[in-house]
Design a protein around this ligand. Structure first.
Ligand SMILES: [Fe+2]
Ligand SMILES: [Fe+2]
Length: 297
């Protein structure tokens, strides 16, 4: 069970980033910009999965503190999804059809009323048949806990390396990513605690969820990245080698740090609170307190 001294807070903020007009808004570099556009597109439905999978076990939570943390976790994820989704308006106006890709991705990846063969349905249906709904929901929650480990790891990387990773980003988008990073660190143990303490998830089940989560996270981010690069008819091909040379060391460092952070999850006795990063999130909240209170919706 996590350290619950620090209460998780839901911060409702509008960054105004949906008005962005610069197509290559990050360092005038389409390779890095479209990677981040893919994150904006993939996050909201991923966060809806997190909310759904944790909510399923909510009625079984006996501990009032955990119940409160779950409520705040759901509130934060809802805000993250809404804020990233807002950016799709900007992408639509640029002719990049962000909403179209998001709709395809939602149907292709997640169970919904209209989907026929989504990745989630294909994975969970045999489990439902063989072991019942609860086993299927437990795997969803295991994947959520693993994805939450990735988002907390990425959050820590961004908060620690803000200058390296975010210099050159429009201020409102930078604040959006920093806010999301800090809140991911703040609620890093909620889904894990529900998975272990409430759903009774064991080490093997945790690793199965981690394997699926790792594969699908990379798969859909990669697809989104490729989609935006292909959609962008204003890429300057002559400048592309220089853009690539600028991107490679940054992606190399990001990948190395993400893998190093990710493998901690393989340790049998791992708990997210072992990651010493709460001070990074708290420092960000204090630093941006004035801006956040002004921007609160
Ligand atoms: Fe989030
Ligand atoms: Fe999260």
């Amino acid at each position: 069970m996590a350290n619950v001294d620090q209460k998780i807070k839901v911060r409702r903020i509008n960054f105004g980033h949906e008005n962005e007009e610069n197509r290559h808004w990050f360092r005038n570099n389409p390779i890095m910009t479209h990677f981040l556009n893919s994150l904006h597109t993939v996050f909201p439905d991923g966060e809806r999965l997190f909310m759904r999978s944790v909510k399923y076990f909510d009625k079984e939570i006996k501990n009032p503190e955990l119940k409160e943390r779950v409520k705040a976790f759901i509130g934060q994820e809802m805000q993250h999804g809404m804020q990233h989704e807002r950016f799709l308006q900007a992408l639509d106006k640029m002719g990049l059809d962000g909403t179209k890709f998001e709709e395809w991705y939602a149907k292709n990846a997640y169970v919904s009323k209209e989907d026929k063969l989504s990745a989630e349905r294909i994975l969970l249906t045999p489990l439902r048949w063989l072991f019942g709904d609860k086993a299927a929901e437990k795997l969803s929650l295991s994947a959520t806990a693993a994805l939450e480990h990735y988002t907390a790891t990425l959050g820590e990387i961004v908060l620690k390396g803000e200058d390296y990773y975010l210099t050159g980003m429009p201020e409102n988008l930078k604040q959006l990513f920093l806010w999301h990073a800090a809140e991911e660190v703040e609620h890093k143990s909620v889904a894990f605690d529900v998975f272990v303490d409430v759903a009774g998830g064991n080490y093997l089940e945790r690793q199965v969820g981690f394997a699926f989560a790792s594969f699908f996270l990379a798969y859909y981010i990669g697809l989104g990245w490729g989609y935006y690069l292909a959609k962008d008819k204003e890429i300057n091909w002559a400048k592309l080698p220089a853009d690539l040379m600028e991107s490679l060391p940054i992606f190399g460092t990001l990948l190395k740090d993400a893998i190093l952070g990710g493998v901690q999850y393989l340790k049998p006795g791992f708990h997210p609170d072992q990651m010493d990063n709460d001070h990074l999130a708290q420092a960000l909240f204090s630093r941006y307190e004035a801006e956040f209170s002004q921007k609160s919706a």
